[in-house]
Design a protein around this ligand. Structure first.
Ligand code: 2M8
Length: 424
């Protein structure tokens, strides 16, 4: 048992050491043996306290795989990992060493935090100057190529793009997708850990159908989104993280001596916050729901993605959102960390992936949001929960928010990294 903070920090550092590939970190040696986009950003937040140059390397490696159109791929495949270790691997995506999907844009926030941990080393490496144009191109891709709803918000085209793969919010839009033939592929994820804690086979068949459709359109953001089979959703979690990333980009621009550009990033964040409140906020529910762009209807499930707009400092509806967060659906401060799904729903499952368990990255983000809205006591409790859960579960991928039982992979990258950050 890792009783002291220094023992916990040392154990977390060992996880990051063991998961280090030489220029990036895997989320998990067994289940996820490649580099993932948003995992790397969270991992860098921890690495910056141990070895800032490694944190910079982590992010630079990811951005070296950025596509010409600006997208940052959700997976960068490690050439030394056997092809059969993960599905869908590079052979499926047909996009060189990367996938063609994306993940939530938490990178600018991570880049800024990594810089602040070691400004001298960062300046010597020209870290900010190198990454600023790449981050700008990434955000431009999102806002210019992914605004399928036409109101200044980004749409995701696959549940994997939300980072919250089998979130109940995706059930409805996913139900309209014809499942791929299960005989076409082999799930490698089921070889690691309890299959009952992972998405179902039926969900995987739909994920594969969607990913193959996007791939077969050459990852076109012009043709694919209009296909009958597609999935086009404005996710409040994704969009809140982009708005926050624009605020981080503003800080980076100031540091680079670009005040006019900084003002532009702040305006962009404000525009997004306004669009989110107009399009995704439900006043009666006191919650942000994703919008299914194909039907124009809200995906009315209370999932942790709807809490992430708390990151926005000037959010007028923050008091109402906080009241939902502390109410019966999420019971913030009364259960452990942040449940990924509505505790009052009959479909709530405390062990099943993104359908109930608490995740360290979401807990970390919600804590940031709480701090920005002056909710220090709740933020303090959340920090303790996240550290205890990491300590008790050997850095589990996700945990039961009621019993503290660990689920999924152990020695999981962002659980360890964010514990280090919370201890700093
Ligand atoms: C999970 O997603 C991947 C697909 O991208 C998978 O299930 O194989 C999600 O939890 C996602 O948020 C995370 O980035 C990834 C790697 O940890 O695993």
């Amino acid at each position: 048992m890792l009783e002291t903070s220094s023992a916990l920090r040392a154990a977390a550092a060992r996880v990051l050491e063991d998961n280090w590939l030489g220029s990036s970190t895997v989320p998990s040696r067994g289940l996820y043996p490649h580099q993932w986009s948003w995992d790397s950003a969270f991992i860098a937040l921890g690495l910056r306290h141990l070895a800032p140059e490694r944190a910079r390397r982590e992010l630079v490696t990811l951005f070296n795989a950025q596509w010409r159109d600006g997208r940052v791929p959700h997976i960068l495949f490690n050439p030394d990992t056997p092809a059969e270790a993960y599905f869908p691997g590079p052979g499926f995506w047909r996009a060189g060493r990367t996938s063609g999907l994306i993940q939530p844009p938490v990178h600018a926030r991570a880049v800024w935090a990594v810089h602040q941990a070691d400004p001298v080393g960062s300046d010597t490496d020209t870290f900010l100057a190198t990454l600023y144009p790449k981050l700008k191109a990434w955000h431009r891709y999102l806002l210019a190529h992914r605004d399928f709803g036409g109101h200044g918000l980004v749409s995701i085209v696959h549940p994997w793009e939300s980072g919250m793969d089998n979130s109940p919010a995706w059930d409805e839009p996913l139900s309209r997708v014809t499942p791929a033939d299960p005989g076409q592929f082999t799930r490698r994820d089921l070889e690691h850990g309890a299959p009952a804690d992972r998405p179902t086979d039926d969900e995987y068949c739909r994920y594969v159908r969607l990913a193959a459709g996007y791939r077969d359109s050459d990852y076109s953001d012009v043709h694919w989104p209009t296909e009958r089979e597609g999935f086009t959703v404005e996710d409040p979690g994704f969009n809140a993280l982009l708005a926050d990333a624009e605020l981080a980009l503003a800080e980076i621009a100031v540091a680079l001596g670009l005040p006019a550009a900084a003002a532009g990033h702040r305006e962009s964040a404000a525009r997004m916050a306004k669009a989110m409140t107009e399009r995704l906020w439900d006043t009666r529910a006191g919650f942000f729901f994703p919008l299914d762009v194909r039907t124009g209807k809200a995906c009315r499930e209370y999932t942790c993605g709807g809490l992430l707009p708390l990151l926005l400092p000037d959010l007028a509806v923050a008091p109402a959102l906080l009241s939902t967060a502390t109410g019966p659906r999420f019971r913030l401060g009364q259960v452990l960390a942040v449940p990924s799904y509505d505790l009052t729903s009959p479909s709530f499952d405390p062990a099943k992936y993104w359908r109930g368990p608490a995740w360290a990255n979401v807990g970390w983000l919600v804590r940031e949001g709480l701090l920005r809205h002056g909710e220090d006591a709740l933020a303090h409790q959340l920090r303790l929960d996240l550290l205890n859960l990491a300590r008790w579960t050997d850095f589990a991928e996700y945990v039961d928010p009621l019993s503290a039982a660990g689920h999924g992979a152990r020695s999981f990258g962002w659980t360890a990294a964010l514990a280090i950050d919370l201890l700093a």
